[in-house]
Design a protein around this ligand. Structure first.
Ligand SMILES: Nc1ncnc2c1ncn2[C@@H]1O[C@H](COP(=O)(O)OP(=O)(O)O)[C@@H](O)[C@H]1O
Ligand code: SF4
Ligand SMILES: [Mg+2]
Length: 392
């Protein structure tokens, strides 16, 4: 075993990669499962030697719902419900899933921009829960975020010098000459001119504004950057420029990214490994080629079947999911995906899907899926698919 496991760095409370799944809870399945669900997630370790840069363990973020005149706690939005993964230094970990599945909440909670309800986040072995406010502030400089909306995230009343310089000031760069120099260097690093320091956000195009957002993050020379849908609001023609810029910056500065997107083609282009989220949970995780070529969770299969393919030999038949994403306030019992699952339907609606929560279990080298029947997915998917018009 490599990575986190071999470095003696164990995800406590989370079973790390092992060769065989542990036993489930004994509930008899209606049809035999192809591997019983372990009691806890089996998380594939980040590839490579040594300690991962970021370790997230069983992260939970609930938003309380208060009701009645007494504003009593009547429930929770379970936005992130026990997510574990690790990211090695220099890696791009992509995170995909439909809108509302908890991607932004996961990104913000792991940066402690909003305090997690429970769970653990480590940066280079340092548990963020144990940090005093001043230490956390310093640690934040090492973990930055780039937002989806390049206009909304830049204060329209501030010149670029102050927008980018603000974070430097907060981190103690008090000398204004030094600050200006660092802002100018950051602008140059993202392909903008040094003179732009005096301009305001409205004087830039969407692509340029996103470059300013990136310059603001990199000015602090972070180790880890959460990119939350950084190209979703941009024209397609600009998207690839920004993706290539992010990859160049990783090369030049050694950045590590958590790259969030709902567009699977974008994630495929930029990521080394990918995690798929559904209703606050990680349902599949693998290296990018493996995930896109051999998806094992029926949800991933359905998402990928909707991605347009240029190469006719690779065109997949479309699997259309039934209904909408259920509410994260009352997620379905057992497997959260069961009311929409095409695989369950093909297998004659086995009871276990509605009663036993499937945790991530290893289904291949560095590949985990949270499905009782992950070994049946590939065999069944051709038969479940409907031809897209014009295809056989
Ligand atoms: N501050 C909040 N208060 C209450 N619910 C929230 C809050 N932020 C997000 N949510 C809810 O949490 C769920 C996940 O949201 P989000 O993380 O934004 O998903 P995504 O980024 O995948 O679209 C959604 O149901 C959303 O409505
Ligand atoms: S993904 Fe489908 S087949 Fe797998 S456990 Fe969930 S409902 Fe059952
Ligand atoms: Mg989001």
């Amino acid at each position: 075993m490599t990575g986190a496991g071999s470095a003696g760095h164990e995800l406590r409370g989370v079973a790390m990669a092992v060769s065989a799944p542990s036993s489930g809870d004994g509930t008899a399945p209606a049809v035999s499962t192809t591997g019983t669900s372990p009691a806890r997630d089996e998380v594939p370790p980040a590839p490579g030697e040594g300690q991962p840069l970021v370790v997230v363990e069983d992260l939970v973020k609930y938003f309380p719902i208060l009701g009645g005149v007494l504003r009593r706690h009547v429930g929770d939005v379970k936005a992130v419900d026990g997510v574990s993964f690790s990211v090695r230094r220099g890696e791009v970990f992509g995170l995909v899933g439909e809108s509302g599945c908890g991607k932004t909440t996961l990104g913000r909670s792991l940066l402690y921009l909003q305090r997690p309800t429970s769970g653990r986040v480590e940066l280079e072995g340092q548990d963020l829960r144990t940090l005093k406010p001043e230490e956390l502030r310093r640690m934040r400089a090492r973990m930055q975020i780039i937002f989806q909306d390049p206009y909304g995230s830049l204060n329209p009343r501030m010149p670029v010098l102050d927008i980018i310089g603000e974070g430097l000031l907060a981190q103690g760069v008090k000398n204004s000459k030094e600050r200006t120099k660092r802002v100018e260097e950051s602008l140059e690093a993202v392909g903008l001119r040094r003179e732009y320091t005096r301009r305001y956000p409205h004087e830039f195009s969407g692509g340029q504004r996103q470059r300013i957002g990136i310059a603001r993050a990199l000015a602090l020379r972070p180790d880890f950057i959460v990119c939350d849908e950084p190209v979703s609001a941009l024209d397609v023609s600009i998207q690839s420029q920004i993706l290539n810029l992010l990859l160049d910056l990783r090369q030049d500065f050694g950045f590590t990214y958590l790259f969030i997107a709902h567009n699977l083609s974008v994630v495929q282009y930029i990521s080394d490994r990918v995690g798929v989220m559904y209703l606050g949970r990680m349902v599949e995780m693998a290296e990018v080629e493996e995930l896109y070529e051999h998806p094992r969770h029926p949800y991933t299969v359905a998402l990928l079947s909707a991605v347009p393919q240029v190469d006719p030999a690779r065109v997949r038949r479309r699997i259309v999911l039934k209904g909408d994403v259920p509410s994260p306030v009352n997620p379905p019992s057992g497997c959260h995906f069961h009311p929409r699952c095409w695989l369950r339907e093909r297998l004659g609606n086995p009871e276990i899907c509605a009663t036993v929560d499937p945790r991530l279990r290893l289904v291949g080298q560095g590949h985990a899926a949270a499905c009782h029947f992950a070994d049946r997915t590939q065999q069944e998917q051709e038969r479940a698919a409907i031809p897209i018009s014009g295809q056989v």
